[in-house]
Write a protein that binds this ligand. Structure first.
Ligand SMILES: CC(C)(COP(=O)(O)OP(=O)(O)OC[C@H]1O[C@@H](n2cnc3c(N)ncnc32)[C@H](O)[C@@H]1OP(=O)(O)O)[C@@H](O)C(=O)NCCC(=O)NCCS
Length: 429
């Protein structure tokens, strides 16, 4: 039966290029993107499908025709059907949750090998009908003759015919993510300058990483339908020519009058998928895999979404570090998901704040964030943010960079809808 103490290795990972919604992946669904990445991941790592025990995958904006995406992925990719699957959603931390679920199975001894990831297509969101139109359609489908079939539609008003797109807003507060980022910028005194500087660094670091070929083991090529002649080989949101002047010239989007959040310093709506292979340390040895690194600890935490919606990482990181028995100083790299530059700056401020530490009942602030260790190969603002794929992207990217630098430990954080935050401590050796 379960042992509960096995070490969890991350063998490697892969992602599709991350592309702006409604561009090159316009004809691919989230399921397509997930299939493409899982198939190539298994091939690239020469992983015997018969060794896979579990596949956990997520998608934040759901496909109504394939709601159990993890199961559909196993069926579509031709992996053995006995593989255990479940679909997870934890907003932008979805593939952190997927990785943690697989890690828990491995740690408990109920699985040896698992795949975890997430996929998102913002080019293919579900578009709903209004409630009155939906009711009319159902009534019409039950009617016995043409007159009765038409009757339910006669009561509809013009606005009932308008499609209802999915909201990127908090259900409980009605505030959009962008509104919440504005609120955080204002309450924490985050300037436009600071946001644009973080944004510039994100683009410059991502562009440098692409130029240096650092992503070649992380990002696969995707043949683009319908003709399959064009190959998407790179993220298409990274701006090599990003400049502070161009960023400063952008108008605020969410609070047009007094705001500081722009299309530049917000993460863009993105399509893409990412996945990881996890194994118990023993199994990795037995199969001859050299792990990229290990999942040392993790934590999820949450705050009131009406307060500072995207401050979750500042709540989760201290817990994950405590669980690892480590401090922020021990971290060689910090990879923080960039939902908005205002959110990154706010979380850094909280990491460094004694007052925030007191709020958490802690004696001292978590510590200073060394900017030279932060998102060194770019973050979600430049690379893009397919909600469910981002966590897996960051875990892999962080471990690869640790390996490149021959360093040991990294802290990964992701903020998420509902005031949630995720933090993971990764280690090599
Ligand atoms: C902010 C947001 C509304 C902007 O959407 P958009 O208007 O489609 O954005 P675009 O990419 O078209 O950019 C708007 C303009 O800014 C420009 N721009 C964007 N980034 C820029 C940069 N780094 N430098 C210079 N210009 C830039 C674009 O070129 C475009 O210019 P144009 O109008 O002359 O073509 C959208 O990205 C969004 O909703 N983001 C937040 C998503 C979210 O809430 N995520 C959840 C976080 S967890």
């Amino acid at each position: 039966m379960a042992q509960g103490n096995r070490r969890v290795a991350i063998i490697g990972g892969l992602r599709t290029p991350f592309v702006k919604a409604n561009t090159v992946f316009n004809d691919l669904t989230a399921l397509d993107l997930g299939r493409i990445v899982v198939q190539e991941l298994v091939q690239r790592y020469d992983l015997d499908p018969n060794e896979i025990d579990e596949l956990v995958f997520g998608q934040v904006v759901p496909s109504l025709t394939a709601s159990s995406i993890a199961r559909e992925l196993v069926l579509l990719t031709g992996l053995p059907r006995r593989i255990q699957t479940h679909t997870v959603v934890r907003a932008c931390a979805t593939s952190i949750q997927a990785a943690v679920n697989v890690a828990n199975s491995i740690q408990l001894g109920v699985a040896d090998v698992g795949i975890a990831g997430g996929t998102e297509s913002m080019s293919d969101p579900p578009i709903f009908t209004s409630r009155p139109l939906a009711h009319a359609l159902v009534s019409a489908s039950k009617a016995k003759n043409l007159a009765a079939r038409l009757k339910p539609f006669q009561q509809l008003k013009g606005k009932d015919l308008l499609p209802v797109p999915p909201a990127i807003a908090e259900y409980s507060t009605g505030m959009s993510m962008g509104d919440s980022a504005e609120k955080m910028a204002k309450e924490n005194g985050i300037t436009r300058r600071e946001q644009d500087e973080l944004t510039l660094a994100s683009h410059q670091n991502a562009a440098r990483a692409w130029k240096a070929g650092l992503f070649k083991d992380e990002v696969m090529n995707v043949a683009v339908p319908p003709k399959y002649k064009e190959i998407a080989a790179m993220d298409n949101l990274v701006r090599e020519d990003a400049s502070f002047e161009a960023l400063s010239a952008l108008k605020p989007v969410f609070d047009r009058r007094y705001g500081t959040v722009t299309a530049g310093n917000a993460s863009p709506l993105t399509d893409g998928a990412a996945a990881l292979i996890l194994m118990s340390e023993e199994k990795a040895k037995a199969l001859g895999y050299q792990p990229l690194g290990f999942l040392r600890s993790y934590a999820f935490a949450a705050t009131d979404p009406g307060e500072q919606l995207l401050q979750g990482p500042a709540y989760a990181a201290p817990i994950a570090l405590d669980r690892a028995g480590l401090t922020l100083k021990d971290m060689d790299l910090i990879d923080m998901h960039e939902a908005f530059a205002a959110q990154v700056a706010s979380n850094i401020q909280a990491f460094e704040s004694k007052l925030f530490a007191q709020k958490l009942g802690r004696k001292a602030a978590l510590g200073e964030v060394d900017r030279s260790k932060l998102n060194v190969n770019g973050g979600s603002i430049a690379l893009g943010h397919p909600f469910a794929a981002t966590g897996a992207r960051i875990l892999h990217q962080s471990l690869r960079e640790l390996k490149r630098r021959n360093l040991s430990k990294a802290l990964v954080t992701v903020c998420a809808q509902g005031g949630q935050g995720a933090a993971v401590v990764l280690e090599r050796e």
